[in-house]
Write a protein that binds this ligand. Structure first.
Ligand code: NZQ
Ligand code: ZN
Length: 385
């Protein structure tokens, strides 16, 4: 196991009815910016629960953060924060709203060009404190310090993070899942599943506990998440699904182990170019990525085959190959297509474009041991057509 330093300061407030605790978590005299998305919270009661809990606080609302939060819109919120002297940001939404809050928190205190801040992954020295009410289990953003923002104008989607960007608290009420459309529940399952794979599907390093944490999150997602799709009244399944998504990307399973993240890097390009839902880009890229990097990843693929899929017959290579097929079948069972051509048209130049973008950014090797060069990325994306 590699050395590590682990600190996650986010307080998790989990369970039914917990939104009413909000008033206890934010200082009474703080001026709050309440950030939300396209309006789902106004239809499912989360807006009412939130404003009721904060009725004694001073709130300024900023709605309309779109999925794949848009830089230009977030900059409007930064202006509000500065003009109104906002002291606390409350994100009420899914990963897009929470990521938006992280960007606003950092950008409001940043001296300099805020897009360059993201592009260069600048060091953040100051940030506005923020908390979240999660409405969509998927990204883990509610308990991590990273964010992803998009810029439609330049078709870019970029990520960064800072230890100053952990939420102070996140409220996780599994009942928010009741109103999530099927497509977004499926996205949540596939996104969280891939978060685990990105931190697990590398090479063995003797980190038994992290491996078993990762495998248990995968198994729980496979077992409980489809139950949520069938029956939104199944509270146990909703709670297990929600907590699995948070645990998949709160930093715990990546301690002391090599991580990959090349699938996300390539996937983000597909969202930037074609607007494909984040999770679906991972289903498109993941399968060819594991095939292309089979030699480097086959030990962990075989371990995953045995422990998660119960495949015990055959050589290590056979098991590893079957694990890739099982993963693709799992996505198909959720109704998720795994070929780029099933989502977008005129895709011929995609692989070349991504190779060029990675080269221009100086990403000479991504993934564990930097095994994915821009040329590899081109080959993987071509395999996904
Ligand atoms: O905007 P509203 O009206 O709220 O509707 C949203 C949105 O249309 C809707 N929704 C959310 N909660 C709902 C609901 N509808 C009904 N009932 C509810 N309770 O769902 C749609 C999608 O929401 P969004 O926040 O975009 O989804 P998700 O949570 O999947 O977030 C995706 C974003 O997170 C980034 C992605 O790249 C993408 O930009 N990621 C962030 C990560 C992080 N910070 O750690 C890691 C991830 O890998 C990911 O890259
Ligand atoms: Zn993701």
């Amino acid at each position: 196991m590699n050395n590590f330093i682990y600190q996650n300061p986010t307080k998790i407030i989990f369970g039914e009815g917990q939104i009413e605790r909000l008033s206890k978590e934010i200082p009474a005299d703080s001026k709050i910016l309440m950030l939300y998305g396209g309006g789902s919270i106004k239809k499912n009661g989360v807006y009412d629960q939130t404003t009721e809990a904060l009725k004694s606080h001073q709130i300024i609302e900023f709605g309309g953060v779109p999925a794949n939060p848009e830089y230009e819109i977030l900059m409007e919120a930064v202006e509000v924060v500065k003009k109104e002297n906002i002291e606390f940001i409350l994100a009420v939404g899914g990963g897009s709203v929470i990521d938006g809050a992280k960007f606003i928190s950092a950008a409001s205190k940043y001296d300099g060009d805020t897009w360059e801040m993201v592009k260069t992954r600048a060091k953040i020295d100051d940030a506005i404190p923020f908390g979240t009410v999660l409405t969509l289990p998927a990204t883990g953003s509610e308990m991590n310090s990273g964010f992803v923002v998009s810029r439609r104008e330049t078709k870019e989607k970029l990520s960064m993070g800072s230890p100053l960007l952990f939420p102070q608290f996140s409220i996780l009420d599994p009942n928010v899942i009741n109103s999530i459309p099927e497509r977004q529940v499926v996205n949540g399952i596939v996104d969280a599943f891939n978060h685990v794979l990105e931190q697990y599907m590398t090479y063995p390093i003797g980190a038994d506990l992290q491996d078993r944490f990762a495998e248990s999150i995968l198994s729980t997602l496979m077992n409980d998440a489809p139950k949520v799709l069938e029956n939104r009244e199944d509270y146990a399944a909703k709670a297990n699904f929600m907590w699995s998504c948070t645990m998949a990307l709160n930093g715990l399973i990546s301690q002391g182990v090599p991580t990959d993240w090349a699938v996300h890097a390539m996937g983000h390009e597909l969202t930037a170019l074609y607007g494909i839902d984040h999770a679906r880009t991972l289903a498109i890229i993941g399968i060819p990525h594991y095939k292309h990097n089979f030699e480097a990843k086959k030990e962990k693929l075989a371990q995953y085959a045995e422990r998660v899929w119960g495949i015990t017959e055959g050589s290590l290579e056979d098991k590893a190959k079957q694990a890739i097929d099982k993963t693709e079948e799992f996505y198909h069972s959720l109704g998720v297509k795994t070929k780029l051509s099933e989502y977008a048209e005129n895709i011929e130049k995609t692989a070349e474009t991504i190779e060029q973008r990675f080269t221009d950014r100086g990403w000479s090797g991504i993934g564990e041991n930097q095994i994915v060069t821009p040329q590899d990325a081109r080959m993987i994306v071509e395999m996904s057509y």
